[in-house]
Design a protein around this ligand. Sequence first.
Ligand SMILES: Cc1ncc(COP(=O)(O)O)c(C=O)c1O
Length: 379
Amino acid sequence: MTIAFIDLAAQQSRIRSRLDARLKQVMDRGDYIMGREVGELETALSERLGGHHTISCSSGTDALILGLLGLQVRPGDGIIVPSFTFAASAESIAVLGASPVFAEVEEASFNLDPNLLGDALSAGKKAGLNMVGIMAVGLFGQPANLPAISEFAAKNGLWLLDDAAQSFGAKWAEKPVGQFGAVTATSFFPAKPLGCYGDGGALFTGDDKIAGIVRSCRIHGQGSDKYENIHIGMTARLDTMQAAVLLAKLEIFDEELAARQQIAERYNKMLEDIVTTPKLADATTSSWAQYVIRLPEGGDRSAIQADLAKKGVPTAIYYPRPMHTQPVYTHYPVSTSGLALTEKMASDVLALPMHPYLEKDTQIRIVQALESALAIKAA
Ligand SMILES: Cc1ncc(COP(=O)(O)O)c(C=O)c1O
């Protein structure tokens, strides 16, 4: 039997009656756009983040674009971003006519290396860009070193936007992701740790001015009434139905985060002698959106993946090709010290099944299948 890579069905069977009740309420009222649950969700998320503004929206990508609009990014601006990330991080910058400047990541966390930010800043300046900010990404669920990155940003007159599409729910030294930097963006794509049943996202900020611009831009840049436009905006609202789904899932989110942590620890113990397992920085937690290992040198990743698939173990590669090597991004600046580690990681990472309902016996089966796939390759 094939194992689920992410088991949304197990989660749904746990909360189905709550989901049905919440969705029925929306249908009974018919307030599908900006309805009651949208406000309830925003209030609940703001409470989680100690009073920061929450502005829900139509996707994680739109949350990033709205955040950049709130920060008043202009064509010709340069923004430091890792190359080892999902396309949306760099795309949100480029689509506004600004320029991503690709920076190197750290070996342990897969995230921006705070010690190499200066090299990316130099590359952006050399390219003639007006360097305005840093977009950090909490890849696979672990936040980037947000305190160190904030310090660098402050010293260099840059803002920090945290792409927490994968890391919402994690903490750095007890401080939740969502409270660092000028803006945090997250995604509610179904496979994310807190996911809805379609596209959705949210943006968090402690800055009233940014919140005002973003709220307006989410609805066509509207002003004090519906037919006054004060910004160039977009249609980027979260549907009431999706907010209803998220409210049902939010009730069990912390339990699910704890379960993911336990599952990651079990994987770490079982795998630490055979592959490179993910390591969390001290005082950091992860939302474990993905559990990503690195394969030993010389292994044939495609053959290993194919062998695992034959044994019913699905895997994925996040991400096989760094952004700076993608056809449409090759002309953007790259850190002066290069991106060798990014390129190496893209060639040896492998994501294993990860979700809060993964049972110990299934994990044992996954580990045994991986051991035998690795042995074939070594033979
Ligand atoms: C790091 C990162 N940023 C942004 C996004 C974009 O989110 P969405 O798919 O909701 O637009 C994703 C989604 O996979 C992501 O992983």
